[in-house]
Design a protein around this ligand. Structure first.
Ligand code: GLP
Length: 246
């Protein structure tokens, strides 16, 4: 694992964007695995700037997103489709037909998970998979549990995740209780995994994920088994890892 420790969120965003940009430049036909959450927003801003400057070309890029809330249409301002459009896709020269997010409004969520998993298999492993991390160590919406779940699946969100994401909704009651998420299978098949973390409230999760035992109670800990992980975090988020001597 490569760890880049940065001063703050802005530096973390620039460094992580450089890792992603290197992939886009090296292979303009790349398959990018993308993530939502507040952490990657700065990274996306840097990619948008790179595209505006003419340094990055997304016209042949394909993307697959990690997850989507069940029940929200892509037009809902808290859906992850909406997030991706407004934070990246609307501002770069990507063909939206080549961007993929699970359909949260599918009448049969299980069938939608099967469709998405088949699509992931067809497109092949992501060249790079971007991940944020939940405070409880979740990746995508792979929540702590008794087992790692490999394929795309429907998940019941934990109270911790609902609490953490309530800040984006008018009230906690409006946070969807279920989501569709890529499983750890497709994440682990990615050729490279880029993890971004920022802030002191992630320090314990980062320490548990990368310096603790590999356990489904900390879903991100499975990344210890991946051969090419790049972790980019600011000092606050990496403080726990530093304590553990990493
Ligand atoms: C959500 C997303 C995750 C993301 C996490 C952390 O739960 N499903 O993919 O990593 O939030 O979000 P933030 O970056 O806002 O802390």
């Amino acid at each position: 694992m490569i760890i880049y420790r940065t001063k703050d969120y802005e530096a973390m965003s620039r460094t992580a964007a450089a890792v992603m940009a290197a992939q886009v430049i090296a292979d303009p036909h790349s398959l990018l695995g993308l993530a939502t959450g507040s952490t990657p927003i700065g990274l996306y801003k840097n990619l948008i700037a790179g595209c505006a400057a003419g340094d990055l070309d997304f016209s042949h890029i394909t993307t697959v997103n990690l997850d989507e809330y069940a029940g929200l249409p892509g037009t809902h301002d808290q859906s992850y489709r909406y997030f991706m459009n407004t934070n990246l896709f609307d501002h770069v020269n990507i063909d939206k037909a080549n961007t993929n997010v699970p359909n949260g409004q599918a009448p049969d969520p299980e069938a939608e998970c099967a469709r998405y998993e088949a699509l992931l298999r067809k497109l092949g492993p992501a060249d790079i998979q971007l991940l944020g991390m939940g405070r409880n160590g979740h990746i995508g919406f792979n929540e702590p549990g008794d087992a790692f779940i490999a394929p795309t699946h429907v998940v019941e969100l934990t109270d911790s995740t609902i609490d953490a994401n309530a800040r984006f909704f008018a009230s906690r009651d409006e946070v969807p209780k279920k989501a569709l998420t890529m499983g750890v299978g497709a994440i682990m098949r990615a050729k490279r995994v880029l993890v971004v973390v920022s802030g002191a409230d992630k320090a314990e999760a980062v320490k548990a994920a990368f310096a603790g035992p590999i356990t489904p109670q900390v879903p991100a800990s499975i990344l210890q088994l991946h051969p090419d992980v790049v972790l980019v975090g600011d000092e606050a988020a990496l403080a726990g890892l530093a304590e553990a001597g990493c």
